[in-house]
Every structure is written in C-alpha cells, then in structure tokens.
Design a protein around this ligand. Structure first.
Ligand code: C2O
Ligand code: CU
Ligand code: CU
Length: 450
C-alpha cells in the first residue's frame, strides 16, 4: 500500500458512521502533512465562537497518521504572531526533530516554516503540541492526535480517535483564565467545558458486533480523567501508546495530561445498543451500534513495541524529588513575571534562551540502563513525562504495578515510583510534569544522554 492509499483507508476507517469529519491536511509537494498554525474562530461553546489557535483552521486538529517504520514528513507553517515549535509526544525519534526550542531547534518565528521528518519506531496512540508558551498555545487549541499504525494492520473494524479537553471558555465562547497563580500552585486551572473532539458528550456510531479500538488522548492542560465505562466488555489494550502484554478489563483508569488509553471492545451483536465511557460520573462519549452484525468474537491482538529492555541488575539508580516550594517569590525576567512554585531536586526551571541553557538534571551514558526513582513529595498528582525514550514503569509504593511501557507516569500524592529505561537516544531531553501550569512554574528540566 502506498502512502496515498494508506491515508485514504485510514481516513475511511475514521469516517465511519458519524465520526467527526476528518480534516486531512493538504500537503505541499513531498510532504505528507502541512500544519498551518494560526488563530481561528471555532465553535465549541453552545452560544458563540471561540477565538482559538488551531492547526489548519479547525478543531479538532488533523489526526496525523503515520506508519510504523516508515518516514513521515510534516511541514509546519507558523502564522501566529509569536514563535512556536511542535513536539511529537511519546515518539522515540532523533533529538533534532523533538521540537523543543533552543534544546533541539531554533524557534519557528512568525511567518517561518519548519520541516519535521522522522520514522516512528513504535505503533500506537501519540499526540503533538507546541513546546513554547505552552499554557496559552496548548490551552487555546494547539493539540492534536498522532496515530502510528502498526506495520501489519491488526484488523479492527473501527478505530475511533478521541481528544479529551476541558476548554477554558464560557457558554458564549469567550476564554476564561487559562491560569491563575492560585491554581498553578495547586492542581492547575481546570477548564469548564468538558469536550471530546471539541464536542460535549458526542455519540459515535460503530459497527454492530465489530471489534472496536477506542483511543483516548488526554490533550488537556490540567485535568486528570478518571476513566470507566459500561455497555460492553471493555478491555485496556494499550497504555500511553504502548500495547500491554496482558490486556485487562477496564475498571477504572486515571489518565493525567499527556497520557493515552486504548480501549478495545466487541460491540454488542445487536444494532442500536450503546456503550458509554465516563470521566467519574460524567459521560465523556457514547458509542452506538449500527448496521449488520460483524459477528466478531475476539479482539485482535496488538504486537508489543520494540522497546529495549533495561538491564535492571546493572542499572544506575538516580533519584528525583518533586517538591512544592511556595516560598519562592515571583521572578521577573525580560519584563515578564513568572512564578516558581515547584522544584525537581530543589531546582526550579528558570527558562531558557539560545545563549542561556541551564545545566541538565542528570547526565546519562548512552547505551546504559537507568532506574529513576521518582518521589512526589507533594499532595498533588503529577504526570511526569520524559522525551525521546519509552520507559518501563516497574513499581510504586502506592499500588501494585504490572510493569508496562510509558512516556508519562502519573504520580499520586506522596507516591514514589520506579521507572527504568535504556538511555539509547543521544540528546538533551525534556523531563517535566505535563500539568502545563506546573511545568510553567518550575516543574521542568532535562536530562542529557551522550
Ligand atoms: Cu507532551 Cu514536553 O511534552
Ligand atoms: Cu513529549
Ligand atoms: Cu505537576
């Protein structure tokens, strides 16, 4: 299958029933996708438009579909009045494509274009977002799903991609505050309108008796979704982009900002039945069966991603403490007042410019295995994310863990978790909390692999 056929098939899959209209980016020559980053008025709220910032003028953003082990080329055009970069969350790709200003590339200035090209080694559910002025750029809508299809199609009958975001908007569409200092030093500022693909509790049609893959992507700045469901036997097949070795029933699953969850199910064998996914007691999304019975009995299985196994016996242990430091006063830099509420190993991120890159939190030797012991010494939870590597979550002092692969681990209050990985990707890799107001107020740093 060549790329064009491939794009066609995957968008046809997505367009099944009344799934959201997929906006396929019109690529310029030689590119698979073109993402134009610009302000756009979009209709999310019941009574008026929202002056959002969008990819290609729409929300939801185009779902980028790449194929495992095949290069994808994405041209980004910045039509904002401020610099930006795009980061591909969860992809193990070379540092030059990681999309972090100064650490891996020059910011894309207004009017400029930057070409990203990479070959995803892992298949699964990922996402993309800017890595500059993140509270505002992500908060106003620059968040999209990136799906890497398996080298061999696992054979689901429908594949539904759902971006979860609580918009900071009023019923008339106008924005409320994306951040307040008061919330930034607590759990972050939640938006008041909970949406899936920009809609409130949408209904998607799925084939009766079909094998369904429902991909949830937490593209929100703040909210940890507490996922459960009913109406079919729901199975967790993949966490944070990586299939799990032993799929298990979805009972309840916490998804912090940046995290993903693929739920598989066989739709009821009768048309007109509903399956519901909840955040706590609120309906996030409903699926309704339609059409003739596909008569599927079993979920297709997903191949595991080729994540290198860390050598735990010889791994070096590095400890990281995530702490709250309300005694830190706001600092003024370049006329901007910034609060520093959070620290990693007693250091708060002070920002970065071309000539002023802070020291790494740790220096790792390329090819060596590491165990990070992550201690959340605060009463708030933090989804801790590492760029460029996929780690194995080994253990926690608060819950029984069946080891699994991830790029973002959610630490509950006073939770200590151990993660391990092979530092096989050379570069300077961001390492931060994905509650955007937390990274903005100190909970960010980077590690260096050389
Ligand atoms: Cu979604 Cu620095 O990450
Ligand atoms: Cu990332
Ligand atoms: Cu945090």
């Amino acid at each position: 299958m060549d790329r064009r056929q491939f794009l066609k098939t995957s968008s046809a899959l997505l367009a099944f029933g009344s799934l959201p209209k997929i906006v396929l980016a019109k690529p310029s020559d030689g590119f698979d996708y073109e993402l134009v980053v610009a302000p756009a008025d979009v209709r999310i709220a019941p009574h008026g438009n929202t002056p959002a910032w969008c990819f290609n003028g729409h929300f939801p953003a185009p779902v980028i579909r790449a194929k495992q082990h095949q290069p994808v080329r994405i041209r980004v055009v910045n039509k904002l009045t401020e610099p930006t970069t795009i980061h591909w969350h969860g992809l193990r790709i070379p540092i030059a494509m990681d999309g972090v200003p100064f650490l891996s590339q020059r910011p894309i200035m207004p009017g400029e274009t930057f070409d990203y090209e990479f070959t995803p080694p892992d298949a699964g559910t990922f996402w993309y977002h800017p890595h500059m002025n993140s509270v505002e750029q992500l908060g106003k809508g620059l968040v999209g799903a990136l799906i890497v299809d398996e080298a061999v199609d696992p054979g689901f009958d429908a594949d539904v991609v759902m971006g979860l975001k609580n918009w900071h908007i009023r019923d008339d569409g106008s924005f409320t505050a994306l951040t307040t200092p008061r919330n930034a030093f607590r759990m972050g500022t939640p938006g008041r309108l909970m949406t899936v693909n920009g809609k409130t509790a949408p209904t998607y049609y799925v084939p009766t008796g079909g094998a369904i893959r429902a991909r949830l992507v937490n593209i929100d700045n703040t909210v940890t979704y507490d996922i459960s469901g009913q109406g079919a036997e729901l199975t967790i097949v993949s966490i944070d982009g990586n299939p799990i070795a032993r799929p298990r029933p979805l009972e309840q699953h916490l998804m912090g900002p940046g995290m993903r969850l693929d739920v598989g199910f066989i739709a009821p064998h009768q048309a007109g039945q509903t399956i519901t996914i909840y955040h706590k007691h609120d309906v996030l999304v409903t699926f309704k069966t339609v059409g003739a019975d596909k008569q599927r009995q079993q979920l297709p299985s997903l191949p595991l991603n080729p994540i290198p196994s860390p050598d735990l016996d010889n791994a070096e242990v590095i400890k990281f403490a995530f702490e709250w430091d309300a005694s830190i006063n706001p600092i003024e830099k370049n006329g901007e007042v910034n609060y520093r509420f959070w620290t990693i190993n007693r250091k708060a991120w002070e920002g970065m410019s071309a000539g002023d890159i802070p020291a790494p939190l740790a220096k790792l030797k390329r090819g060596k295995s590491y165990i990070f012991e992550l201690a959340n010494l605060t009463q708030y939870h933090h989804p801790i994310h590492l760029h460029g590597h996929t780690f194995t979550v080994l253990a926690s002092n608060k819950q029984t863990i069946e080891p699994f692969h991830s790029d973002t681990v959610l630490l509950g209050q006073n939770e200590i978790a151990r993660i391990a990985f092979v530092a096989d990707n050379p570069g300077r890799w961001m390492y931060h909390c994905h509650v955007i107001e937390h990274l903005k107020t100190g909970l960010m740093g980077y590690i260096e692999v050389a």
